[in-house]
Design a protein around this ligand. Structure first.
Ligand code: PHE
Length: 347
């Protein structure tokens, strides 16, 4: 009987060695360990043995049964892995493969110039240790206005400037400053610094430099004992990186309810070097970047103690940067959808 048991285990192992599918494995399980299986048959035949023998043989059968069950489980899990590997081997796509469009005469798609510039800026900010955050286009009054210290009576809330939803609580965000508030809510404890790029919407008449949909990139840095000197040094460094050369800047007072003091930051015209030309309208300076020291009320709305922390915020106009970079004289080209325009940027 013990010999029989050994032979059974050997043929069990042999069968396992040839398993290729889960169905075959199930068959083996039934054949050896099932109710009417071979091991079960042996158990039954124990009835004819002497009580002494029955005990030793019964134990041997049980031990073998346990061993077989473990082996089945081992083979099952390695088969499962093998099947996954086979599937991975068969079902894959080489996403680095160049499309065959090139040879078919169809032009390949390219990135929009705003996307190109936005990605470049994101790389610069990442290298300076900023996080990049996203925020919703549909905002509520709190994130777009109230939390930013913009009172109910502020003209920015006017029907002329803002696309409101019927409930008069939701709107299409009019600036990316909403991300200041969402960023503070998410980060909670300073120090932190982040930028938030994206589309903004204003219900305005369009002309060469105004569009109803345009792009901004908001920035915020909050820490301890931050001063206007930090702000100036930071902006100068940032702009030199963007334009890949030294840039002269100047600050003028500017009013934005969420900063105090607030500034309009101008750069010396890169075309004429400050002498005056068509691009800078003979002034020598180009208005580029509104900014300022974050108002204590804004910090409070973001859950941050203004007695302990402070910092600055800025808003980059992405479309303006794109126009300067590529010499585009009308913002409406950016959304015009003309292929002749867009194709110039495809690499
Ligand atoms: N949100 C302002 C605008 O859209 C720009 C701004 C951002 C000003 C950050 C100061 C600080 O005009």
């Amino acid at each position: 009987m013990l010999d029989q048991l050994k032979a059974l285990e050997t043929s069990f192992e042999e069968a396992l060695g040839n398993v290729e599918t889960e169905a075959q494995l199930a068959d083996i399980k039934a054949r050896f360990l099932g109710k009417k299986g071979e091991l079960g048959g042996m158990m039954k035949s124990l009835g004819q043995a002497s009580p002494e023998e029955r005990k030793t043989l019964g134990q041997a059968v049980n031990v073998t049964k346990g061993r077989m069950a473990t082996r089945l489980e081992e083979v099952r899990s390695s088969l499962e892995r093998k099947l996954i590997d086979q599937k991975l081997e068969k079902d894959w796509t080489d996403i680095t493969l160049r499309s065959s469009l090139k040879h078919s005469g169809v032009k390949e798609a390219g990135l929009h110039p705003v996307t190109i510039v936005q990605r470049e800026l994101e790389d610069i900010f990442l290298s300076m240790g900023f996080d990049i955050l996203d925020g919703p286009h549909i905002e509520d009054d709190f994130h777009n206005f109230t939390a930013l210290n913009i009172p109910e009576t502020h003209p920015a809330r006017d029907m002329q400037d803002t696309f409101w939803f019927k409930d008069m609580n939701h709107l299409l965000r009019t600036h990316t400053s909403t991300i200041q508030v969402r960023g503070m809510e998410e980060k909670k404890t300073p120090p932190f610094k982040f930028v938030g790029p994206g589309k903004v919407f204003r219900c305005e008449a369009t002309d060469a430099s105004h569009e109803a949909v345009f792009h901004q990139m908001e920035g915020m840095l909050i820490g301890k004992n931050i001063t206007v000197a930090h702000l100036i040094y930071f902006e100068k460094t940032l702009l030199s990186q963007i334009f890949k050369r030294d840039v002269e800047i100047r600050l003028r007072p500017g009013f934005f309810p969420f900063v105090e003091p607030g500034f309009e930051l101008d750069i010396q015209c890169l075309i004429c070097g400050g002498k005056g030309c068509k691009v800078c309208k003979q002034v020598g300076w180009v208005e580029l970047l509104p900014c300022g020291m974050t108002h204590p009320n804004v910090l409070r709305h973001g859950g941050i103690d203004p007695e302990e922390y402070n910092g600055f915020a800025f808003g980059l106009g992405l479309d303006r940067l794109v126009m300067m970079r590529y010499g585009i004289d009308d913002i409406r080209h950016l959304h015009g959808g003309h292929l002749d325009f867009s194709r110039q940027f495809a690499k």
